[in-house]
Structure formats: structure tokens, C-alpha cells
Write a protein of this length. Structure first.
Length: 364
């Protein structure tokens, strides 16, 4: 092989060579590998990896940065060397392979996302493909720049809970909200939550930037919200029911069974007040959610506290406005309820709570 003449030099270079000579040897070996990488088998790649590993700890920062750039785009680059570069604390060295290399194991990506700096997280957020476990860690640890980068990366796989967490963070970040809203994979009901949490300016920018299919969905959601806003019924007086439910709750006499009884007896004020106590949500939030013509809020409320489908069904049966859910809607609601995870429901609940207190402080 063309690179074999370098092997006799290696021990001398490592043991006695100057920093400049070690860097030059590293560049020669890396250059030879890059030129022939497409033709090398696993044995050849391993040999180059062994040589580069012997040299990498004895070269200066600039040589390691150059090596990282050279190996990042090579699909069969020595994984041991790429891993060594990816774990570098110096982001200038780690960034190229973190952004681009396909030779980093999933377990290593997760560990780096858990332990390294925001600059490392930002590099990871720009990878062509990012699996859900890594995106979840990036969302949990990432700062504003990381989240914005992740939201606009369509190669990042986002679970429903990840979308909910991003939407929660977007309440204070209009640009993040725009990037989330333009993703074609955002679940429709979470798109609705996002749009209702944003300002009118952000909504208009989303409409202007969205592709036709997404623009139609955004327009539909906003039109539905506008219709709901103009058809809000007269406010109910929950004061008596709220005092009674708080007293029952404080003495440990309020449970899921009581709530079902209120629903079956069509005691709506008591039902709403007991939901507020048991779910630990402001009564105004519960009133607004149950007044919606959508079933999703009820599913989320009940799932967040671990209740079962019969309780959900009892609440649906007494939704205000004289609306009766069809058999098809109930079947779909049951499927969605079974699919919904408690973690996702709790995150959406926190989002609703944040929005409630923000509106309350604005109105005060």
C-alpha cells in the first residue's frame, strides 16, 4: 500500500520528532487516507486509525482542527479517531465531526449532549439526522440558540413530548415559535396550541412564510380560534362550587369518583371546580378548555392525573353548548387518549398554566 512507507517513521516521530514534524506526519497520513478512503477495507481503515491515534495526542490544536475537518465528511473514517475528536472540550476541534460525521455512535452523541457545553449542543443540533433521544436531551439542556437551530432542522426527529416542550419554551421566543410552526411534522393539535400562544405579529409571519398546505392549516386554526372568541358564553359563577370543592379537597374527601358523580348529575359548576382542584389547574383554565368544541383538552386533563377512559367519557357527555359527540368522534378520542402519554399531557398542562398566568398578569 502507498502508506506503508510511513509506518517505519511512526515510532521515531512519536518518540523523538518535534511538534512540527508530528503535525506534518499527521497531515500526510490523513491525506493518504482521504485520497483512498473509498477503496479501503475495514483492515486498512483500522491501520490508519491506529496510526492517527498514536499521533493525535502529540500534535497542536491547529493540526487537530484540520484533522477533524478532513475526517468529518468521510463515511468510513476511523471511528476511534472520530470519537476522540468528538469528545474534545475545544469546540473548534469537535465541531466538524459533531455536525457531520456518521461514525459517532448514538450512545456517544447522547453522552456528549448530556455533558458538554452549549457550543457542543449547537453543533449536534445541526446534524443531518438526529434521533429522538438526542433531540430530547438537546431540548432539555439547550439554550435559545440551540433550540432555534434544532427547530429548523427537519432532520431532527421530534416526538410529541418534544414538540410540547419546545412550544412551552417558545412562549417567550417569537422566532422559536416561527421555526416550530413551519415544521411540516408538527401535530395539528399542538400547532393550534402554538398559534394561540403567539402574538398576532408571529402569526402573520408564519402565514407569510408557510408553504401552501401549511398556510391553509394555519388559516383554519386561526379562523376556528376567532369563531370561538366571538362565541364565548356568559361567564359562569363558580365561587360557591369552588369553595365547596376546596373544602372537600383539603379534608381528603374529593376524588375521581366524586367528579364522575358531578358529571352524571349534570352539576357542571361542581364538575369544573373539582377538576380544577384535582388537576391543580386554575378554574379559569378548566372553564376555557371545557368550553372548547374540541375533545383534546379533556383527554389531556384526565391523562395528566392518571384517570381512565370512563371518567373522560363522563366529562365529554356534559360538555356545554348542547354539543353531543358522535360515535366516530368518541372512537377517535378513545384511540387518542390511549396513545397520549402522561408525560406529554403534563407538559401541555404546564404550557396552559403558563399562558393563564401570563394573561392574568397582563390584565392586572
Amino acid at each position: 500500500m502507498a502508506h506503508s512507507s510511513l509506518i517505519p517513521e511512526l515510532e521515531e516521530v512519536v518518540q523523538h520528532g518535534s511538534a512540527q514534524r508530528r503535525a506534518e506526519t499527521l497531515r500526510r497520513v490523513a491525506g493518504l487516507f482521504a485520497e483512498g478512503a473509498s477503496r479501503f477495507n475495514d483492515e486498512h481503515v483500522q491501520l490508519f486509525g491506529d496510526v492517527l491515534t498514536r499521533l493525535i495526542d502529540d500534535v497542536d490544536r491547529e493540526a487537530r482542527i484540520e484533522l477533524s475537518h478532513r475526517l468529518a465528511a468521510i463515511d468510513n473514517a476511523p471511528s476511534s479517531v472520530v470519537r476522540r475528536l468528538a469528545y474534545e472540550d475545544d469546540i473548534a476541534v469537535a465541531r466538524p465531526v459533531l455536525k457531520q460525521s456518521r461514525r459517532i455512535e448514538q450512545s456517544d452523541l447522547l453522552e456528549i449532549a448530556e455533558q458538554k457545553t452549549q457550543a457542543h449542543l449547537l453543533a449536534l443540533s445541526k446534524r443531518r439526522r438526529i434521533a429522538e433521544p438526542v433531540t430530547e436531551t438537546l431540548i432539555r439542556r439547550g439554550d435559545r440558540e440551540v433550540l432555534r437551530s434544532l427547530a429548523e432542522n427537519l432532520g431532527a426527529q421530534l416526538s410529541e413530548s418534544s414538540f410540547a416542550a419546545l412550544i412551552e419554551r417558545a412562549a417567550q421566543d417569537g422566532l422559536l415559535a416561527e421555526k416550530i410552526g413551519l415544521r411540516p411534522d408538527i401535530p395539528p393539535r399542538l400547532l393550534r396550541d402554538l398559534l394561540l400562544a403567539t402574538t398576532q405579529a408571529v402569526q402573520q409571519r408564519l402565514l407569510a412564510s408557510a408553504k401552501p398546505a401549511m398556510r391553509s392549516e394555519i388559516e383554519r386554526v386561526l379562523a376556528e380560534a376567532a369563531r370561538s372568541a366571538t362565541s364565548i358564553p356568559a361567564a359562569r359563577d363558580y365561587s360557591t362550587a369552588e369553595r365547596a370543592m376546596r373544602d372537600l379537597h383539603q379534608h381528603g374527601n374529593l376524588a375521581e369518583g366524586n367528579l364522575v358523580e358531578f358529571a352524571q348529575s349534570e352539576k357542571y359548576e361542581e364538575l369544573v371546580a373539582s377538576l380544577a382542584c384535582l388537576c391543580e389547574v386554575p378554574i379559569g383554565v378548566v372553564d376555557r378548555l371545557l368550553s372548547s368544541d374540541r375533545l383534546d383538552p379533556i383527554l389531556i386533563l384526565c391523562k395528566s392525573v392518571g384517570w381512565d377512559w370512563p371518567t373522560v367519557k363522563a366529562i365529554i357527555d356534559v360538555m356545554p353548548g348542547g354539543r353531543t359527540a358522535s360515535a366516530t368522534e368518541l372512537d377517535a378520542a378513545f384511540v387518542n387518549f390511549e396513545r397520549l402519554s402522561p408525560t406529554t399531557a403534563q407538559r401541555v398542562m404546564r404550557f396552559w398554566q403558563v399562558q393563564h398566568w401570563q394573561h392574568a398578569s397582563t390584565d392586572a
